[in-house]
Design a protein around this ligand. Sequence first.
Ligand SMILES: Cc1ncc(COP(=O)(O)O)c(C=O)c1O
Length: 369
Amino acid sequence: MTTKLEFVDLKSQYAALKVRMAERMQRVLDHGQYIMGPEVKELEDQLARYTGAKHCVTVASGTEALLIALMALGLKPGDEVITTPFTFAATAEMIVLLGGVPVFVDIEPDTCNIDATLIEARVTARTVAIMPVSLYGQVADMDAINAIAVRHGLAVIEDAAQSFGATYRGRKSCNLATFGCTSFFPSKPLGCYGDGGAMFTNDDRLAQACREIRVHGQSARYVHTRVGVGGRMDTLQCAVVLAKLERFEWEIAQRLALGRRYAELLADLPGVTLLGVRADRDCVWAQYTVLVERRAEVQADLLAQGIPTAVHYPKPVHHQPAYAQPGGAENCPVSVAAGARVLSLPMSADLSHADQERVVRALRAALAT
Ligand SMILES: Cc1ncc(COP(=O)(O)O)c(C=O)c1O
């Protein structure tokens, strides 16, 4: 019988961290400050130091981070935010939730990140922000995007849900824009054991706004200065991330090396197109994604060989019923084409070379049938 590989191997990660994880979590159970306990600030300090950003504010999820960032910027109904349709729905969802209008700009065919050269033509008098996504763990052309934002007086929110730990021109993802928003969903490069997220900024006023918004807009206990949300990250989840940070540098090095190794092993495989990684940045491969033809058949064949795969994402957001815009379905053809071909292979810091070779052998066999 073929054994099934893990798509994201969190079990090996837990085995490596078991003792420290138990200590970290026990400490929280002993002091009992489950909400806004000391681990919250400890984690925020460590993450701010890691990214180089002046402020880190932990929040309940990556989705909540995007919501709070838009609220802190004062997004109003009818305001436009330029973003990519080739992302998880949460990116556009939070814009729409606040009454804003996502303006979808197509992606580059090789990186699947927003095509910065197409952004400026879509800026209007109603545009307030640009929200690029660092898809699969690679930052988009952030310097070009920031330059457009400066020219038009816009904010930039990096949806860095998939890219914590990535580097762009010597700087860290999450510290490249007005806001960087990340997710600690368990399968992300830095995950917790439930939901969690964080936002980063160098702006004191915006950081204060975020801190207030995440606790129902309170500037002091029972002083509700603004409308907010219940958006805190639990102390226990902060303790989990603190334990995981102890080997995070090793994990990022592993992810980078495994990404390079996948590229070498897959280089001569007909029917597989690798995604491009720009020379001035890296990709931490939240998902190791390639482009293939006949995807459904390839996936079924791989599964029969014990190799689980996933599709991030089959349909761009502007083709989803909730986000369809008049005349919008035909837009962004590169995103639509990518949605039909992307395939994510097993990836995690603990993926062994033997298992990685097994994935590539299975893919070779699937493509040959
Ligand atoms: C690009 C992107 N944005 C936002 C999110 C939302 O993060 P969370 O699941 O922590 O709410 C995700 C998570 O899947 C994501 O991949």
